[in-house]
Design a binder for this molecule. Structure first.
Ligand code: NAD
Length: 512
């Protein structure tokens, strides 16, 4: 059944007013899921005004009130988990077992985490640092947050943006990717059903160039939180700098996967297949570059190839399907072009490297792909592919492995595979990435931060660290001696020459 009305503004679902029609389709089947009209700058103005109006009340709710509303939201999501899993699978071309087992439970857990975290938001200091003043730290919400999300994990990305912002007392206007807005709108509706007031969470579905730009540049947006590609992030950072606006950027990745010669080969090979093919490789932390120490290299490539042969591509509503389609034909063709260029430059395509035959080839599927013999400086090793492609390269020494792992512009995630505690510790310290897994690759948890180093951005999603992005820190300094003559005045004027003034008695406090 087709859906319409993919804006959620001031608690109401409706169409955008740009007059530009668009469709949301299932990239695994071509089925049309929604036909609607994109948001125009007028819709952004309305959404920001609604968020601004809601801020006064929401920012003054108690942490317990916000927490309870979020717990009710978690219950709403639990009750509708299968509906969300189906919708997320259809808009993203994702296997239903991934959305049932990862996207939806992960998002619900995030809601429950932030319901708890809302009640633990506190300033750090309360002491007399000067001896004459008590200092306290207030953590205050910033205002209306403008968030922009990508298409790869639509519900999780919406949750990561919305939850810390509203838990801290902000209100939000979120622009999901125009390919995948449906579950973000469903999430906002569930929040409304849970009692989160209208205007606290607004969803605007529009293009990056029009709606995204209008949102970023809106004068009432106090902070921009962006997850997406490094190219767009760079542009947004420049705009935020010009407006002196707070910005949080979660950008691209090119995660290294370093296998030392003492590693458990079977664990590493399985980890590489799962870590590179999850969500058809459209994962910013996906394993993309495996560096394998020479003694294990040949056996690792053979085992990964064998495991890739067992990965089942198929209809996304079949629970036996392991890997679905890519998000669009455009994305599939981009991946295919990068693999073809690597092949032309002399790399060996050990598995895949092609669009599957038969009906899947008429949708946006691409085969699990294993590449060897690529040069470190080549595009397939340096640039984000965002598809089901793993490149494997050999190394000889630990120094070389760590140098290669750090040798891209990105720094989002990485993994080190070893049974040697010293190697594990050294890799954890020296790999420049926001997350280093040891003997695993991909798991995330609500309690721990997610965010990048280098061109992967700055700031953190998830965990209590995300409150650093979504709160202002205010120092309140209260004089506690009551003395009118303070020692430091003497550096400004000589007070003994001016005498003192007689203060008339203050009027009695009135009940009015
Ligand atoms: P994208 O940068 O093309 O788009 C992301 C969002 O930005 C979309 O909503 C899009 O409409 C909007 N946008 C595009 N151009 C814009 C502009 N000029 N002004 C304002 N908004 C604009 O990225 P994508 O293709 O949707 O997603 C894939 C990218 O996201 C990959 O690079 C991936 O690594 C990254 N990503 C990063 C993380 C992370 O946590 N670091 C998580 C998921 C995805």
């Amino acid at each position: 059944m087709e859906t319409t009305g993919l804006q959620f503004i001031a608690g109401k679902r409706r169409s955008g007013s740009s007059g530009k029609q668009y469709t949301v389709t299932n990239p695994a089947t071509g089925e049309v899921i929604a036909t609607d009209t994109l948001a125009a700058p007028d819709d952004i103005d309305e959404a920001v005004a609604a968020a601004r109006a809601a801020f006064g009340t929401w920012s003054r709710t108690t942490p317990a009130e916000r927490s309870e509303a979020m717990l009710r939201l978690a219950d709403q999501l639990d009750a509708r988990a299968e509906e969300f899993a189906q919708a997320e699978s259809r808009i993203g071309g994702k296997p239903i077992k991934l959305t049932r087992g990862f996207d939806i439970p992960g998002s619900v857990d995030n809601v429950r985490f932030f319901a708890g975290a809302a009640r633990n938001l506190e300033g750090r200091a309360a002491a007399e640092y000067s001896g004459e003043h008590t200092s306290a730290i207030r953590r205050e919400p910033i205002g209306v947050i403008g968030s922009i999300a990508p298409w790869n994990y639509p519900l999780q990305m919406a949750a990561w943006k919305i939850l810390p912002a509203v838990a801290a007392g902000n209100t939000i206007v979120l622009k999901p990717a125009e390919l995948t807005p449906l579950t973000s709108v469903m999430f906002a509706e569930a929040a409304q059903a849970a009692g989160i007031p209208d205007g606290v969470i607004n969803i605007v579905t529009g293009s990056g160039r029009e709606a995204g730009q209008a949102l970023i540049n809106h004068p009432d947006i106090a902070m921009v939180s962006f997850t997406g590609s490094t190219d767009v992030g760079r542009q947004i950072a420049a705009q935020a700098a010009a407006a002196v606006k707070r910005v949080h950027l979660e950008l691209g990745g090119k995660a290294p996967f370093v296998v030392f010669d003492d590693a458990d080969l079977e664990a590493a090979a399985r980890g590489a297949v799962a870590g590179s093919l999850i969500n058809a490789g459209q994962d910013c932390t996906a394993a993309t570059r495996a560096y394998v120490q020479r003694p294990l290299y040949k056996a690792f490539v053979e085992r990964v190839a064998m495991l890739m042969d067992g990965v089942r591509l198929g209809p996304v509503d079949d629970p036996a399907t392991d890997m679905g389609s890519l998000i669009s034909f455009k994305q599939r063709d981009r991946v295919a072009a990068m693999v073809d260029a690597a092949r032309a430059a002399g790399a060996t395509v050990v598995r895949g490297g092609r669009i599957p035959d038969g009906p899947l080839g008429h949708a946006a599927y691409y085969e699990p792909t294993l590449i060897t013999d690529a040069a470190q400086h080549s595009a397939i090793v340096q640039q984000e592919i965002f598809g089901p492609v793993l490149v494997v390269l050999p190394f000889d020494t630990d120094d070389e492995a760590l140098r290669l792992a750090n040798d891209t512009p990105y720094g989002l995630a990485a993994s080190a595979w070893t049974r040697n505690v010293f190697r594990a510790q050294r890799a954890s310290r020296e790999i420049q990435a926001g997350c280093v897994w040891v003997n695993d690759h991909i798991p995330i948890i609500s309690e721990m931060p997610h965010g990048g180093y280098k061109a992967s951005g700055f700031g953190k999603d998830m965990s209590a660290y995300s409150f650093e992005e979504y709160t202002n820190v205010k120092h309140v300094m209260s004089e506690i001696t009551g003395a009118s003559h303070k020692g430091w005045h003497d550096v400004v004027f000589t007070s003994h020459r001016t005498g003192t003034v007689h203060q008339p008695s203050a009027p009695a406090a009135s009940a009015h």
